[in-house]
Design a protein around this ligand. Structure first.
Ligand SMILES: Cc1ncc(COP(=O)(O)O)c(C=O)c1O
Length: 349
């Protein structure tokens, strides 16, 4: 076995609402708001597409999800071959790491970000540098300083999970300019559809100018299809070609392709979801609390505290399952009435 795997642990999912109720003796309802899932769910058209295509289940999927690939390529005005799919971005991160990282290469990212960058870099025997966050945001200057001639990859999560903070177009382009062109910069934009700030980067437009960057998007978050496992990268052609060498040929499914296509084509439903999320998100600006809430452009908020266990418990007692981190608690936005309960807990804490 690879010796570096000894330091890693398998992902431990949080307990289900049923299991938690039993463990804590809670009798009321518990709402799981711990994984940044979209409580509004996918477009009804995505559900219809699943019903329409259910009789094709005995067939293998088309290897490149060609219908979805064409729709995404047209939307972003890129070549279809630049769009590569994974069984969620989780798998895309595996594929990228496996393709790009050689043993001993350096991988640079931030502390306090999505854990799979680190996990997969370790598996590939990289030397990984995690630069501390600055006020909950990626410290782009310090990250650029950490890049050297051994560096193969840089991961930027924008907006960041778990803090929800983002960097704007100007900051991102200034950062790209500091990174040598032989280093690949991956922009994980899993929450991009939720962003309403006008100055969020157009990463595909930046790809016209810089050929060492790529953008990752998923159908798991704003499109509400986390259960189907489909996400994609838009990459420069040479990288996309090699990602396809590593990608298992039948890694997505017929139903995930059809549902994602229907969801992608139903932009008005997406916009309703985004607007509903923003309306709820904005209400968190006015919470009367001494706790520190990071500014967020996503469907979750990070509450910084050194009393993590207490806050987690207070939320649980109010029926909310959140996700605890060493320096705070991340809460996914739920329906308006659930969010009201969350704000009351924060105000009283
Ligand atoms: C920043 C980020 N990247 C990637 C993922 C993986 O998403 P999925 O595999 O569902 O596409 C997540 C999921 O929480 C995430 O928060």
């Amino acid at each position: 076995m690879k010796s570096q795997i000894a330091q890693l642990r398998a992902y431990t999912p949080g307990l289900s609402p049923e299991a938690l109720k039993k463990k804590l003796g809670i009798t009321g309802e518990l709402h799981k708001l711990a994984s940044n899932e979209n409580v509004y769910g996918p477009s009804p058209k995505a559900k219809e597409a699943i019903k329409t295509h259910v009789d094709d289940l005995f067939l293998y999927p088309e290897p490149n999800a060609p219908l979805l690939q064409a729709a995404i390529a047209e939307h972003y005005q890129v070549a279809p071959e630049q769009v590569v799919f994974g069984a969620g971005l989780d798998e895309m991160i595996v594929i990228i790491s496996r393709t790009v990282i050689r043993s001993g290469d350096k991988v640079v990212t931030s502390e306090g970000t999505f854990g799979q960058y680190f996990h997969n870099a370790v598996v590939e025997d990289a030397n990984i540098v995690q630069v501390p966050l600055n006020e909950g945001a990626f410290d782009l200057d310090a990250i650029a300083d950490a890049v050297d001639d051994k560096t193969a990859l840089v991961w930027i999560c924008n907006p960041n999970n778990p803090t929800g903070t983002y960097h704007n177009a100007e900051a991102i382009e200034a950062f790209i300019q500091k990174i040598p062109s032989n280093v690949t910069i991956l922009f994980d934009e899993a929450y991009a559809e939720y962003v309403t700030a006008d100055d969020y980067p157009d990463t595909v437009a930046l790809m016209q100018k810089y050929d060492n960057i790529a953008m990752l998007r998923t159908f798991s978050k704003a499109y509400g299809l986390a259960g189907l496992r489909i996400g994609y990268i838009i990459a420069p052609p040479p990288l996309a070609e090699k990602l396809n060498v590593i990608r298992p040929p039948f890694n997505t499914t017929r139903l995930s392709e059809q549902a994602a296509l229907a969801a992608f084509q139903d932009q008005s439903y997406l916009q309703q979801t985004v607007a509903a999320n923003k309306a709820e998100r904005d209400k968190f600006n006015d919470v009367n609390t001494t706790l520190k809430l990071y500014p967020t452009q996503t469907n979750f908020v990070f509450v910084e505290t050194d009393r993590v266990a207490e806050l987690d418990e207070a939320l649980l007692k109010a029926g909310i399952i959140a996700r605890a981190f060493p320096n705070g608690v991340r809460i996914t936005f739920g329906f308006p009435e659930q969010n009201e309960v969350i704000r009351q807990v924060l105000a009283q804490f």
